[in-house]
Ligand binder design. Structure first.
Ligand code: ZN
Ligand code: ZN
Length: 356
């Protein structure tokens, strides 16, 4: 499987006439060799690969790293890269420009002075864009865990409880059910705070009549889940009901439109034009969704500016919203995997308005 993933680097070897690629981004490293620790580098040549780490990680790398030789660096890691390059005739090495700081780049040019360093832009991260069966399984199981955790704490969402209490209860539930942690700081935005698309859980107390936008996700083995449910605490106003219904329809229309071959821009427009037609075009300021995987936000982006086209195996969120300052907001989000003729849901909470 990892060999298969590594073959996705082939176009880079060809297009940039490379002898090797040096990877330092931990997500790309995990994807290509299995290492889950917090420091290391992976040097991939056409027919061989080396995982470089210091002594803190040698045992872990020995257990986790597949199809790469584990090399323990006794001193400076770039010196080890330099000697491996010299021993194996690697004269032209690509590196992840999008994940390299200016100072790291300066160190590279110093330590690898005889080597031609070739900048590979964020296109390199696109090797992870179409998920394989194992990844879809991991994304599905963490999404189900998060959805079930949410359903288990519904009884705790009630007037008098702080937004933070809801966030803590949800994270605790996820961890009890086996998550490694939360995928991001949960958004729990109640009442007027719902107008902030990214309103983190605060110490605001939930009141009867509030709509509450809860955006949550869990993390397991490096993979993230992402889902948003907007619930009502007590009987919602007619305007709140109307806005929820519009966002729900926009969400459903977009999910129905997901299939290989549709452009990300056209998919965004499916939801956006519906919301615009209802008179709320100015209240939906963000893109329709994003890719999800080893990063919470990754390629492709679904927005009016997207240039990509959906392919089978991509995993994306669909998350239209309406945000009205001084009133509140609604967002509804599911994560899906693109299948051969449509899509399958990863997330599992039903999206009809729940009145608690
Ligand atoms: Zn989300
Ligand atoms: Zn999202």
């Amino acid at each position: 499987m990892l060999k298969n993933r590594r073959s996705r680097l082939k176009p880079f070897f060809a297009d940039y006439a490379l002898d090797a690629v040096l990877l330092t981004d931990l997500r790309n490293i995990r994807y290509l060799c299995g290492f889950s620790g917090s420091e290391g580098a992976l040097l991939v040549a056409r027919d061989s690969a080396w995982f470089l780490c210091d002594s803190r990680y040698t045992a872990q790398a020995g257990e986790e790293v597949q199809s790469a030789e584990v090399v323990e660096c006794v001193a400076v890691r770039l010196d080890t890269v330099a000697s491996l390059a010299a021993e194996n005739g690697l004269n032209r090495i690509g590196f992840e420009a999008a994940h390299t700081t200016v100072s790291a780049y300066r160190r590279m040019t110093e330590k690898l002075s005889g080597i031609e360093l070739v900048e590979l832009d964020s296109k390199l991260d696109e090797i992870r864009i179409c998920k394989d069966t194992a990844e879809v399984g991991q994304l599905k199981s963490i999404a189900v865990l998060a959805s079930q955790s949410f359903e288990a704490i519904l009884g705790k969402i009630k007037p008098g409880v702080r937004e933070l209490d809801v966030a803590f209860a949800l994270e605790f539930e996820m961890r009890q059910r086996g998550a490694d942690g939360k995928a991001f700081d949960f958004i729990v935005a109640s009442g007027m705070r719902g107008a902030m698309p990214h309103g983190r859980a605060s110490d605001k107390v939930i009141q009867s009549g509030d709509l509450i936008t809860i955006d949550f996700g869990a993390l397991k083995d490096g993979y993230h889940s992402d889902e948003t449910v907007t619930v009502a605490c007590g009987q919602p106003s007619s305007e709140a009901l109307e806005i929820h219904a519009i966002v729900k329809t926009a969400h459903d229309l977009a999910i129905d439109a997901v299939k290989p071959g549709i452009s990300c821009k056209a998919l965004d427009e499916v939801a956006r034009s519906f919301i615009r037609g209802k008179g709320y075009g100015d209240c939906f300021g963000h893109g329709l969704g994003h890719g999800i995987g080893l990063e919470i936000h990754e390629m492709p982006t679904l927005s009016p500016r997207s240039t990509m086209v959906l392919e089978e195996g991509m995993t994306v969120t669909i998350e239209p919203g309406i945000y009205i300052p001084g009133f509140g907001g609604v967002r509804i989000e599911d994560s899906v995997v693109v299948t051969s003729d449509g899509c399958a849901l990863l997330t599992g909470v039903g999206k009809r308005l729940l009145v608690l």
